[in-house]
Design a protein around this ligand. Structure first.
Ligand code: UD1
Ligand code: CA
Length: 454
């Protein structure tokens, strides 16, 4: 017996007021439907079927690297019709888990319980009790606490049924052959003229099967996204859960409410992150790393005891241990800083290696460069790596002193121990131990008559 997952995602999402299909709107930087897929994947399903309609090409394109089956629903005829589209992709002995692409925070723990609730040929139904059940299908039971007998949609419900606070989340678990049979017997004879998936509950009960209701751990898990307010609300829920988990595991977030993670972070002992930081992609911190306020760190590795000061931006950077970065530093893709490196304010580093103990403390652009150990890059230094067509390399050795406001016109090499005087435009190799200077001699005119305002 296998498990198949069907994800309903054919709805239009009109209230998002967006050109992008609803299920692609991100939570924590990841399309909401991808959250659903990721939770479902943890249950090792043999197959995940996406029922798509509106904006299908965009949805397909954005999930192209995931192994999914696709079932098109051309007309929105209801959830029953939507699930029927997926049937050809399912195996007869499958248990089918039906999920919504716009209910993103569902956890794999809850899905596991839902799946188990359909054991023995029964039906598992995920329900929740809401203070305000308006708009949802109501769970009708035999007596107050008796078994589930059917689901009635709000628009078809009697006044008494509308008072029921236990609602259908829409998520259920059911055997494929039964599902197929019941779906064939659906009709659209109801207030909305739709094929209601929910009508299969009554059919299951009529066959003497049990409908086992299970509940989520939290309401947020089963909250659907219809508009941007709900999206933002779930974003906050997600972020606050992630922040709590990180705090519990020993990462110190100075204010968990002002921290955003859009990916994964690994960290050693005694790391801290100040307010308003964003972590994206895969970030790895060693021990004792401190990150100042307002930093954005994406796909980067940071070594032990390194300090990233306020307002720094790192993207695909590798930083060694004992480094001091920022404030206002920008490390771009393939910036590779060894140990004890200092990169200060308004310094941009791209695709460059900076050796142990070297420093670029102020206002510099270091691109396509290799810098050795204990070299000093003065304020205002620019590697002129681009001639308008090609990129070229600057190579700087160990113990080099580059004076302020130097331009290094690549390709060019400055050898170990060399000195470049301030204001120099380096166009030729500077040999080891030499001084390079290109400077117009200073003229001094005594008693210069200052211009006067007319
Ligand atoms: C459905 C349930 C209702 C439940 C509610 C929870 C039915 C008949 N009703 O309500 O009991 O309380 O969800 O939110 O099932 N979809 C399609 N194709 C369609 C229709 C819907 O793919 O033809 C998808 C939507 O994209 C969405 C999900 O199914 O992801 C639910 O659709 P929606 O219209 O939001 O739910 P309701 O039918 O109002
Ligand atoms: Ca709805």
């Amino acid at each position: 017996m296998g498990l198949s997952v069907v994800i309903l995602a054919a709805g239009m999402g009109k209230r998002m007021k967006s050109k992008m299909p609803k299920v692609l709107h991100p939570i924590a930087g990841k399309p909401m439907v991808k959250h659903v897929i990721d939770s479902a994947t943890k249950l090792n399903p043999g197959n995940i079927v996406m029922v798509y309609g509106h904006g299908g090409d965009q949805v397909k394109a954005s999930l192209a690297d995931i192994d999914l089956a696709w079932a098109e629903q051309t007309e929105l005829l209801g959830t029953g019709d939507a699930v029927a589209r997926a049937i050809p992709h399912l195996a007869d002995d499958d248990v089918v888990l039906i999920l919504y692409g716009d209910v993103p925070l569902i956890t794999s723990e809850t899905l596991t319980r839902l799946m188990l609730a359909s054991e023995g040929g029964n039906v598992g139904l995920l329900t929740v009790i809401l203070e305000n059940p308006r708009g949802y299908g109501r769970i009708v039971r035999d007596g107050v606490d008796g078994p589930v007998t059917r689901i009635v949609e709000e628009k078809d419900a009697s006044a008494a049924e509308k008072c029921i606070t236990e609602v259908n989340t829409g998520l259920m678990s059911v055997g494929k052959l039964q599902l197929e049979k019941w779906l064939k017997n659906l009709n659209n004879d109801n207030a909305q003229g739709e094929y209601y998936l929910t009508d299969i509950i009554e059919m299951a009960v009529a066959e003497g099967l049990r409908v086992n209701a299970v509940n989520p751990e939290s309401e947020a898990e089963v909250t659907g996204v219809n508009d941007r307010q709900q999206l933002a609300m779930l974003e906050r829920v997600y972020q606050s859960e992630r922040a709590d988990e990180l705090l519990k595991n020993g990462l110190y977030l100075l204010d968990p409410a002002r921290f955003d993670i859009r990916g994964e972070i690994e960290f050693g002992f005694d790391c801290s992150i100040d307010i308003n930081c964003v972590i994206e992609g895969k970030v790895k911190l060693g021990d004792g790393v401190s990150i100042g306020p307002n930093c954005v760190i994406k796909d980067s590795v940071i070594g032990d005891n390194t300090q990233i000061n306020e307002n720094s931006v790192l993207d695909n950077a590798e930083v060694g241990s004992g480094c001091k970065i920022g404030p206002f530093a920008r490390l771009r893709p393939n910036a590779q800083l060894k140990d004890e490196v200092h990169v200060g304010n308004f310094v941009e580093v791209k695709k460059s290696v900076i050796g142990n103990g070297s420093k670029a403390n102020h206002l510099a652009y270091i691109g396509d460069a290799e810098i050795g150990k204990n070299s000093n890059i003065g304020a205002g230094t620019i590697t002129c790596n681009y001639d308008g067509v090609n990129k070229s390399k600057t190579i700087i050795g160990d113990e080099v002193f580059i004076g302020s406001d130097t331009q290094l016109v690549a390709p060019v090499t400055v050898e170990d121990g060399a000195t470049v005087a301030a204001g120099t435009t380096v166009t030729k190799m500077v040999p080891a131990g030499a001084l390079a200077i290109t400077r117009v001699p200073q003229k001094t005119i005594q008693n210069w008559p200052k211009p006067k305002k007319k």
